[in-house]
Design a protein around this ligand. Structure first.
Ligand code: GCU
Length: 646
């Protein structure tokens, strides 16, 4: 039986009385909120009022929770606000031990979404926690677990979910056909009763398969009419559908480029066709040439999203949102921020992160990603002169900087049908953390971790302290023992797990590190590929020179000799050796901290994580040795501290 994560508190009757406005008695959303409040074992014999009000300052999804002698009150402008507020009330009541609660919370981001890369056969692309709980044997499943998933999303204020892989293949194309449309409708109704909108990924090339159209040219009338008709049919059955996510012209997926059109022409064609139904088109910017020749020193994969999209600013329809990966490459343990943020004032943008740990330990290593995401969100783009107030990445994607109509945050999710949902029990901190962060990016990583730990494992001091330490050590540890200084990609190709320093060096994905016996890195300043110049000043100047580039990104931006001195005072090579020894030691320390929890937490959970740590400790040593010996044998430079380098 699967766990209910932080919502594992259901009881038959907690004696709580919930009252609400009469006109809400038929609302499925309010009904779900009331059920939750009346069946949470922690809320005993309370009086709670749910009150629909009219207060502009709360927006559509905000809520106010207050305490008086009469009991508790949850107020909101909408039913969605009431249910988000109800779940938050439960969390706060637990965290505050029933003390008075008086808060007003309004989500910073309009779109707060998860993207599933689930395939219809039940497999998950980059899934590390079992199979899909949405699909099995080319069918769509709706059951108790789906409902629990909707509760989990709602408890964090997520308001959108894309259920199928961006690489839409096979039966998934039928999600918008007669075959599955009734089930899609049922699912959209279930999710919307928890304040969450359902979205689908679509196959841009779909009309090619219709013999009467046989094209996907966005300017072809037949193609336009095909999509208009398709959206009419879909929305007639599924009026609550939020819209579609599109991966086009990317990694073998066809798109507008196939017809000599640009990305705006492709996105706009769909956006116009869906407009009358109120839907949106989320168009991914993960467009690059994955067949790059290693001799070509000017083509730089890091530039591609910028090169394909920047000049199109202002030419996208109002109901298109560009979904842009946090970094210019692909969810590495460390990358700079994609330079498109803060450079497209007239085009809706949202940021895409990945909590599926594709490149960050695949949910076999613990890697709490929220501190990393915080760094990205706090990055100052200098889009305006209001430094630190209006043009950090988080301001851009919340819509504050430019007043975007649609914008926000999404993550490729880390969930599957494993009993603990996320493969590694501690990976649930990323599912929790990303939801909280997209609701309120000003929250601290530790603050979020503490909430999650206490709601999941209880309040025992040692449990809370040790798990907090583990989580906060975990991302830096993974960075230390994997690829150094922002170079990325030293993983086994395709699988993206375990060390293989030259794995991608001889394939054509454009991720070359170009290590020789003297230097490593690709020059990305104005004399190199020019990537550094894509940022606003003073970021462009900062990245132009190694002396001003932050240590952790040195090898992303510059080609450097191994004896180059970093700001830390260490040479590049000594930094590599030191961090790899340290990282493996950190893994041992995290495992030790976990061992101390035996008997203090649920034994199944203890054992599961214990087993993962056994692997992580061994695997971090493998990383250490492979990377250190690679650089030692390339450079023949000894470790200053005389440790074995093999
Ligand atoms: C990565 C990942 C792919 C995925 C792609 C994407 O390249 O390895 O599996 O399809 O990202 O974001 O579309």
């Amino acid at each position: 039986m699967y766990t209910k994560l932080w919502l594992d508190y259901i009881t038959d009757d907690n004696g709580t009385v919930v009252s609400f406005n009469d006109n809400l008695k038929d609302s499925p959303i309010v009904q779900n909120a009331v059920n939750e409040l009346k069946s949470c074992a922690f809320l005993k014999n309370l009086n709670i009022v749910l009150d629909l009000i009219n207060d502009g300052s709360l927006n559509d999804e905000g809520y106010r929770i207050s305490t008086s002698v009469m009991g508790y009150k949850i107020e909101a402008n909408t039913e969605n606000g009431l249910i988000f507020g109800s779940f938050r009330f439960i969390a706060l009541y637990r965290l505050n031990d029933g003390e008075d609660i008086n808060v007003t919370e309004i989500p910073a981001n309009k779109l707060r979404m998860l993207n599933h890369w689930d395939n219809m056969d039940g497999s998950i692309e980059r899934g590390y926690s079992g199979d899909s709980f949405f699909f099995k044997d080319n069918d769509l499943i709706i059951n108790e677990r789906t409902r629990d998933y909707a509760r989990i999303l709602c408890s964090l204020g997520y308001n959108g979910v894309v259920i199928n892989n961006v690489n839409v293949k096979g039966a998934a194309c039928d999600l918008i056909n007669d075959r599955f449309i009734d089930k899609v409708r049922d699912l959209s109704i279930l999710f919307s009763s928890f304040g969450v909108k359902l979205y689908l990924s679509l196959n841009y090339a779909a009309p090619i398969d219709d013999p009467d159209v046989a094209s996907a040219d966005p300017l072809d009338d037949k193609v336009i009419r095909w999509w208009e008709k398709k959206f009419d049919e879909v929305y007639a059955s599924v009026p609550k559908l939020g819209g579609f996510l599109v991966k086009a012209d990317s990694e073998g997926r066809p798109g507008p480029f196939t017809y000599g059109r640009n990305q705006a022409e492709g996105a706009n064609m769909l956006a116009r066709a869906i407009l009358r139904h109120g839907g949106i088109i989320i168009w991914r910017c993960f467009v690059y040439n994955c067949q790059q020749d290693w001799r070509d020193l000017k083509t730089d994969r890091a530039r591609s999203a910028y090169d394909y999209f920047h000049d199109l600013d202002g030419s996208f329809e109002d109901n298109v949102v560009l979904q842009i990966k946090n970094g210019p490459m692909d969810f590495q343990i460390r990358e700079p921020v994609t330079p498109l943020f803060g450079k497209m004032p007239n085009t809706n943008q949202m940021i895409e992160f990945q909590i599926a740990q594709e490149y960050t330990g695949q949910q076999r290593h613990v890697c709490y990603l929220i501190p990393w995401f915080k760094e990205v969100l706090e990055f100052e783009t200098y889009a305006t002169d209001k430094k630190g107030k209006g043009s950090r990445v988080r301001d851009v994607v919340s819509g504050e900087t430019y007043g975007y109509r649609y914008s926000g945050m999404c993550a490729v999710t880390n969930t599957g049908n494993d009993d603990n949902w996320t493969g590694h029990d501690l990976a649930a901190a990323n599912l929790y953390g990303f939801g909280r962060l997209s609701f309120d990016p000003s929250l601290g990583s530790e603050e979020i971790a503490l909430e999650w730990i206490r709601l999941t494992f209880g309040n025992d001091g040692k449990v809370v302290n040790n798990i907090l330490k583990i989580l906060m050590m975990s991302w830096p540890a993974y960075e230390k023992y994997s690829a150094p200084l922002g170079i990325g990609w030293m993983v086994s190709p395709n699988q993206h797990y375990g060390p293989d320093p030259d794995g991608y060096e001889y394939s054509r994905w454009g991720t070359y590190h170009k290590a020789t016996c003297k230097t490593i890195g690709l020059e990305r300043n104005s004399e190199g590929t020019g990537y550094a110049t894509l940022y606003n000043e003073p970021n462009a100047s900062m990245y132009e020179k190694p002396e001003t580039t932050p240590d952790e990104l040195e090898l992303f931006f510059h080609k450097l000799p191994y004896d180059y001195k970093l700001k830390s005072g260490k040479t590049v090579i000594q930094h590599i050796y030191d961090t790899h020894f340290e990282g493996a030691e950190d893994a041992e320390e995290m495992a030790r901290l976990w061992d101390e929890l035996q008997g203090l937490i649920d034994n199944d959970s203890f054992k599961r994580v214990f087993a993962r740590f056994e692997h992580q400790v061994a695997h971090s040593k493998e990383w250490r040795d492979v990377i250190n010996s690679y650089f030692y044998r390339k450079t023949l430079i000894e470790d200053e501290k005389g440790r074995p380098l093999y």
